[in-house]
Design a protein around this ligand. Sequence first.
Ligand code: A2P
Length: 332
Amino acid sequence: MKTYRIAVVGATGMVGRTFLKVLEEYQLPASEYFLFASARSAGKTLDFMGKKYTVEELREDSFDRGIDIALFSAGGSTSEKFAPIAASKGCIVIDNSSCWRMDPQVPLVVPEVNPEDIAWNKGIIANPNCSTIQAMVALKPLLDRYGIKRVVYSTYQAVSGAGQAGWADLENGIKGEAPAKFPYPIFNNCLPHIDVFTESGYTKEELKMIQETRKILHTPDMRVTATTVRVPVFNSHSESINVEFEKPFDMKELRQLLASAPGVVLQDDPDKLLYPMAINATGHDEVFIGRLRRDDSVESGINMWVVADNIRKGAAANAVQIARKLIEQDNK
Ligand code: A2P
């Protein structure tokens, strides 16, 4: 098998450090790794793959070294500038920012859902929004079997989704300190506000969920709506998802479909108080689904509760899984 030169951009960040952890676990066929961050971190060392790696400043000439794959999580403006530079040097960028996701030239990929889209990349592959990824893993098997008319998302999102600064706001808030990242205290509170507000009244996070769902599932006209909420949880996003189907369904069959779907763990036994929870999802790459109930207010529909580690499956693990698929497809 071919070996690959792999870079991590934003290696010192919340997602970047998880990239390193997931790369250690997944053991891709890499010949060499390169770690990049801003000038602030240049020269810092990070423990990775049993060695000490020196972080380099990301610069325009950083990719002049035959780097094959670069995992980016260093913010939208870094991706906007550097992803095309990397791609022009023959590197394939897997980008965790929202910058390239809706570009028609850029595939938006969840490996369990639309791995076929990896093949038409032109040098940049986008990693979807964290809340969207876990929803896709849950919806895809249901879409294929029953068709979907409408989806209503309500999210309960952890502070780690806002990076180290979001995490610090909750930690410091517990000690009574004022927030620095969020506009209001997140401790003992829920903020119905993730990312910026748009003219429509929806936040950008809500629009991301709506638009990315349609792109990933190849359902441009699907009716989707969302309310996204930041809650005082350190890690792992929870989502209530209401789905209305085109066709009738049998609950037993639907449960089996989900139980056998790739990347899904069904945790649904109310008698035993078994349902997905953020504290249990953290550290895992699967999407946990439970609280399955028929929605009697429509002809054919369900409610479900979907939980995943937003930093792993919602970001780093999904990106590394894209890289793994890319390598598989490259070696076919
Ligand atoms: P640094 O640590 O040097 O600031 P988080 O969202 O968790 O704060 O992580 C952001 C990541 O993106 C960090 O690794 C950060 O590096 C990196 N980053 C931010 N700005 C740049 C930039 N202009 N060039 C390269 N990396 C950047």
